[in-house]
Design a protein. Structure first.
Lengths: 165, 112
């Protein structure tokens, strides 16, 4: 009876803890860290929109703005974000059944909003009153040595023309 | 290989340079750079992957490389006698497992 318990502990419970322990830990700490990042971003976005008073940001090349402009500058900024290892692990399990990958939603949403926020910050630093022709591009970055590495990250690039009036 | 000083041209990603008028077009100019990872930064990024979020080392690396691609494009335009580049576009691709190519292109123009 006692030896059976030891057997179960050593050959079933311990390997399970060792294999699942790290992903669960990484997932939990990643969720906490990313929700904190999101909260910071929400606050910063609010502050920024209050400071610039609804700065014109558009994805169209506004002909009217271009006519009255004094000068312009090309703005570009990028950010590399990645999900945590635990999230990747659970996403890999989830991808067997398919469906919405909520963890990736958070990562992509954070990346896009943050990159646009930084672009607006850069525009205000350079004295631009409006941003036209905003483009956002996404690409996968794998700086890993082998293809089956667990680390993968996304790069979001935003570029636009800042107009000084 | 490195340009002696930073060339500064007017860039925009709309069809004109706002506030100026385009006099003549000098054709397509391109600039590209291929960057591989830095092993020290890669180890740190691997540690950062435990929590996820932004990987600052890669963000810096890519920004630096993109600026260099822009510089090369500007050098190309400068050698043709242009003073501005319009309709600038960026593209990123994975050329190898450990490297990515940052590419930018635009139309060199002379403005007034």
């Amino acid at each position: 009876m006692d030896s059976e318990l030891v057997f179960i502990l050593t050959y079933i419970a311990l390997p399970l803890v060792f294999t699942l322990g790290f992903p669960v830990f990484s997932w939990a700490i990643g969720r906490w860290y990313q929700s904190r990042l999101m909260n910071v971003l929400n606050v910063q976005e609010k502050q920024q929109s209050a400071a610039i008073g609804g700065q014109l940001t558009g994805s169209t090349s506004n002909k009217m703005t271009s006519l009255t402009a004094q000068s312009s500058v090309l703005l570009h900024t990028s950010i590399v974000v990645g999900p945590s290892m635990g999230q990747m692990f659970f996403m890999w399990i989830k991808s067997i059944f398919g469906g919405q990958l909520h963890s990736y939603d958070i990562v992509t949403q954070y990346g896009r909003r943050e990159v646009v926020r930084r672009l607006q910050e850069q525009a205000t630093q350079l004295g631009c009153s409006s941003i036209v022709n905003l483009r956002i591009e996404t690409s996968t970055i794998s700086f890993a040595k082998n293809q089956d590495s667990k680390t993968s990250s996304l790069e979001f690039l935003a570029y636009a023309t800042g107009i000084r009036n | 290989m490195e340009p002696p000083q930073a060339i500064s041209l007017m860039l925009s990603n709309v069809e004109t340079i706002p506030g100026h008028s385009v006099v003549s077009s000098l054709g397509l100019v391109t600039g590209s750079t291929v960057r591989a990872k830095h092993i020290g930064k890669d180890i740190f990024a691997g540690l950062k992957n435990i929590v996820g979020g932004e990987l600052k080392a890669y963000t810096e690396l890519l920004n630096e490389s993109r600026n260099e691609a822009l510089q090369r494009m500007m050098a190309d335009a400068n050698s043709r006698g242009a003073n501005a580049i319009v309709n600038v576009r960026f593209a990123t691709s994975n050329v190898a497992a450990g490297a990515s190519e940052l590419f930018c292109y635009g139309t060199a123009v002379v403005i007034q």
